[in-house]
Design a protein around this ligand. Sequence first.
Ligand code: SAM
Length: 304
Amino acid sequence: MEHVPVLLEAILSMLQPAPGRTVYDATFGRGGHTRAFLERGARVVALDVDPAAEAEAQRLQAEVGSERFRFHRVNFSDLGKVVSQEGQADGLLLDLGISSPQVDQAERGFSFQQSGPLDMRMDPTTGMSAADLVNNLSEPELRNLLRDGGEDRDPGKIARGIVRARPLGTTADLATAVCRATRPARPGIKHPATRTFLALRRAVNREGEVLDQVLASVPKVLRAGGRLAVLTYHSAEDRVVKHWIRGHAEEEKREMGMAFGLPNAERWVKALGEEVPSEEEISKNPRARSARLRGAERLGEVSS
Ligand SMILES: C[S@@+](CC[C@H](N)C(=O)[O-])C[C@H]1O[C@@H](n2cnc3c(N)ncnc32)[C@H](O)[C@@H]1O
């Protein structure tokens, strides 16, 4: 399936790509949002860890030229380093999670819909795969991973089921082990392994840690007046973004009566509100269903 960019209009009005402005797309994917930024005349600097995204970015660069579009195959936790080379941004997009082609390619191991090797690495050239984790972690370690990463309702039962079913080689092996430990999959009802797969994907790609790192680099990335837009697809991730914005937003601090005595570096953004896709967008693109967009604008200079 093609990757359809989620909440595109809302993101365009938040980030306002235009000639003379630089927008960072830290999750290039298949370039859906990037293409729209370029069409509106902005210069785009894009990042993605996935070699397949890099191949797409190379095609795009051949079309539009390196003055308008630059790509770095790095983790967005290294965004600060890229900014040292490419300069600050007027807009930064984080469209978290995985792209439709990543889900659809069985060999990437993200999906229980079709069996593939239990991989789940966004960058398949490095790091531990999901198979390494499910086959080597202890039962308590697995239970904690499932509880924290996907909010599985019965992580203990699932961890036990996984340990009993070892060794697991494929996404089908894992889905079967989870169904045996919980309940059978039924059409029209959320698959019992959904949260297990989410938790493993988050652990394999250290998603919580790199999100904290990229958010910490935002003061370096955005110039004054620059805007951040973050699309999340599950509640744990949305919570992190919401708290980060609230924690740094000037208005919130004032409301809480904490404006005085706080270092400037800690209140330097204005929250831009949140949006979710319309029913119409969801009916055209079911993968937009759980998306939530939050934005923030950088206020003045940060004195850190
Ligand atoms: C939801 S897709 C983005 C889709 C894109 N906005 C589009 O319209 O085509 C997320 C992309 O971000 C990449 N990604 C996720 N986490 C990343 C990270 N920590 N560093 C760099 N890229 C990451 C994934 O490989 C994936 O290609």
